[in-house]
Write a protein that binds this ligand. Structure first.
Ligand code: RIB
Ligand code: CA
Length: 334
């Protein structure tokens, strides 16, 4: 099987960690590099966490530091409105992963993205798990090169609801201008929006997290431990037991889009970003039939709205913890 060439852009992040573990495990991916953007926590701890994940997975790809703040805050010393309350001070709950400093590149994330796409036109797929600032900076620096990206799989946005505000999802809320710039190339590059509408169709239950801790080795135990912090927030803010591992949904759909059935995916629709005001960060999607809209926008996105939660979790455990998979199906999945 020809391996797919992947760049992961991330703000690790508890759910980012699950996603990166899956992406680095999947044999169909040749991960070219991990680019980092501030988001859940500041750029430096995000880079440290990414180096820790690469070390934990003994991965051979490098980590490329990127944007420390949103487009409109660059150079002003401000970080994003961080999501420490959700991911903890370190960004990984109470877990501290030992970073492999030898894997930290001196090349900026934006330059790495552009160099890799120039060398592999039409072959690079970018999976974005945080704010889209690095992607937008690359587009602003060299739009023609970025139009040669094969696909973008983007965890972000929410059509029917938000999580940072009632109408906006965190990644796109943190840098809505970057999201707007990114979707401007959506007529040339397939952009798959994996937003809250689909991620919230999944849930790792308390039993799933228990099983990760006791039957899935050191990596499973670390994922479970970092999820404790995450879990408390889902109970506090949403009265939900268990957690939604948003970023993992983007990676698992990139691996196998058939986890969503076809009537749960709206292909080639218009997605617009709200960049200011009370609805800052909102994604407005023109679902068909489009004759009701006064003006039809460019068809710049595929929008995922549903997924089979059981199939999603089975695919994750089978991929990442194959030795425990039969036990998972027998005792946990029900
Ligand atoms: O809204 C969920 C997204 O925001 C995820 O990527 C999570 O890691 C946070 O960055
Ligand atoms: Ca993230």
């Amino acid at each position: 099987m020809d391996k797919r060439k992947i760049i992961i852009d991330t703000d690790p992040g508890i759910d980012d960690t699950y996603a990166i573990v899956a992406a680095l495990t999947y044999e169909g991916f040749d991960v070219q590099g991990i680019t980092v953007v501030a988001g859940n926590v500041g750029l430096e701890p995000c880079v440290t966490n990414a180096l820790g994940i690469v070390n934990m997975m003994d991965a051979d790809c490098l980590v490329y530091p990127g944007a420390p703040a949103a487009l409109n805050k660059l150079g002003k010393g401000e970080n994003f409105a961080l999501a420490k309350m959700i991911h903890g001070e370190s960004g990984l709950g109470t877990v501290q992963l030992k970073p492999d400093l030898s894997k930290k590149s001196e090349t900026h994330a934006v330059d790495f993205i552009l160099e890799t796409v120039r060398e592999n036109p039409g072959e690079i797929e970018i999976i974005t798990l945080g704010p889209l600032t690095n992607i937008a900076l690359a587009i602003q620096k060299d739009r023609e090169t970025m139009k040669k990206v094969k696909k973008i799989w983007s965890m972000g946005g929410g059509v029917r609801f938000g999580n940072r505000t009632p109408v906006a999802e965190f990644n796109y809320w943190a840098d809505p201008e970057a999201a707007k710039v990114t979707y401007e190339i959506g007529e040339d590059v397939e952009i798959n929006m994996v937003g809250l509408d689909v991620t919230h169709k999944t849930r790792f239950s308390l039993e799933d997290l228990f099983f990760l801790r006791v039957e899935c080795g050191e990596i499973g135990s670390l994922l479970s431990e970092m999820s404790n912090h995450y879990m408390e927030n889902y109970w506090k803010y949403m009265r939900m037991t268990g957690v939604v591992v948003h970023d993992l949904v983007a990676v698992m759909l990139a691996i196998d889009p058939d986890l969503s059935n076809e009537d749960d995916v709206f292909k080639r629709v218009n997605l617009s970003m709200v960049c200011e005001g009370i609805c800052k960060g909102q994604t407005v999607v023109q679902f068909p039939p489009t004759d009701i809209y006064e003006e039809e926008g460019p068809k710049n996105a595929n929008v995922y709205m549903g997924i089979d939660n059981i199939a999603f979790k089975k695919a994750f455990f089978k991929l990442c913890f194959p030795e425990a998979y039969s036990m998972y199906k027998k005792y946990i999945l029900k």
